[in-house]
Write a protein that binds this ligand. Structure first.
Ligand code: GZL
Length: 329
């Protein structure tokens, strides 16, 4: 009897040892390695987005972040993603600079068994199993909000000596082919269909940067001058660049030309307090906490929603001074 008991105890002890050995890799893996490919540093929004991601990762001892800056070039993002695959990271996350051209590299990540999270911008690919979730703003809604604010406030703000019943709008678009540029234009046009007096007479990309926004606005002013009643800019940085061009041209931004833009970065609030910008539609870059919560849930075996939308507001000039101290980016 005693021998049987001894044998049973030995078998249990052996099973326990084997179990511990097999579990060892998971137990020893105390870090989740995340490869993040960032677009660049083209705007204050992007800089704030990078800060949110890197500072949040630093707060979490269980996260090891490998971060790469693509200087707004898709080929650099594809290279970075391939590097992450070669390094065998646990999760890949990226903000795609443009919507198309990602299917091959996303298929490589899938073959390597590495899940991909889309941060900030979406991709255009037939196979949506190539990415786990897309977290970021609703850019079409941001375009709608810009148009709605303009339609509801232009009469109150318009320059009294304008006799024409046509309101001439110029549009500074974001990076060509990017989800925010495509969707913000779509949303704006969708609402403006109901207000035929607003006519978009010029529309061109300023690539989301201050310098390009200024350059394109100079060309608009050269061609159309004081005929321009409104500027719709797909981001605040291009609007701030355009404000410089408008002043150098001899017109008053925010008065002669009503300006509505998107992002709600600090510089937009400062311009509104100076009376040079009339409204900014919020697009939050503070995606760091949401991103790493999603990474941890994913690694814990939880299912993520396919779409995680950020909640945002609209900030007209009259609230800028009160709101500025609350701004986090
Ligand atoms: C929007 C983001 C855009 C910002 C720009 O989520 O992708 O890119 O609106 C930034 O300021 O450059």
């Amino acid at each position: 009897m005693k021998n049987v008991a001894t044998k049973l105890m030995m078998i249990c002890a052996l099973a326990l040892a084997v179990g511990m050995f097999l579990a060892a890799p998971a137990l020893a893996k105390d870090k989740i390695v995340v490869g993040f490919s960032q677009i660049g540093a083209e705007s204050a929004w992007r800089v704030a987005n990078t800060e949110s991601i890197t500072s949040e990762a630093a707060k979490r001892p269980n996260i090891e972040l490998k971060f790469s800056d693509a200087q707004q070039k898709q080929e650099n993002q594809i290279k970075a993603i391939r590097n992450f695959i070669a390094q065998g990271v646990d999760v890949i996350a990226f903000s795609p600079v443009v919507e198309t051209g990602w299917t091959p590299v996303l298929k490589e990540a899938k073959r390597a068994g590495i899940p991909v999270i889309l941060s900030d911008r979406a991709v255009d690919t037939e196979d949506d199993t190539l990415w786990v979730t897309f977290m970021g703003s609703d850019f079409v809604e941001e375009g709608r909000r810009s148009a709605k604010w303009l339609a509801e406030n232009y009469d109150r703000l318009k320059n009294a000596d304008k006799s024409s019943d046509v309101i001439n709008v110029v549009e500074l678009q974001g990076t060509v082919g990017s989800a925010p540029a495509i969707d913000r234009k779509t949303g704006f046009e969708e609402v403006m269909k109901n207000y035929p007096q607003f006519k978009v007479i010029k529309s061109q990309s300023g690539d989301f940067t201050r310098s390009k926004g200024k350059e394109v606005m100079e060309a608009f002013l050269k061609a159309e001058g004081a005929k321009i009643d409104v500027l719709y800019a797909h981001n605040d940085d291009m609007a701030i660049g355009a404000i410089q061009a408008i002043e150098e041209f001899g017109l008053k931004p925010g008065k002669d030309i009503i300006i509505v833009s998107i992002d709600a970065v600090r510089g937009a609030f400062e311009a509104m307090i100076e009376g040079k910008l009339n409204c900014t539609v919020e697009c939050s870059p503070l995606l760091g906490p949401q991103l790493f919560d999603a990474v941890e849930d994913l690694m814990a075996g939880k299912t993520l929603p396919k779409r995680i939308v950020t909640n945002e507001g609209v900030f007209p000039q009259e609230v800028a001074a009160k709101e500025l101290p609350n701004r986090k980016y």
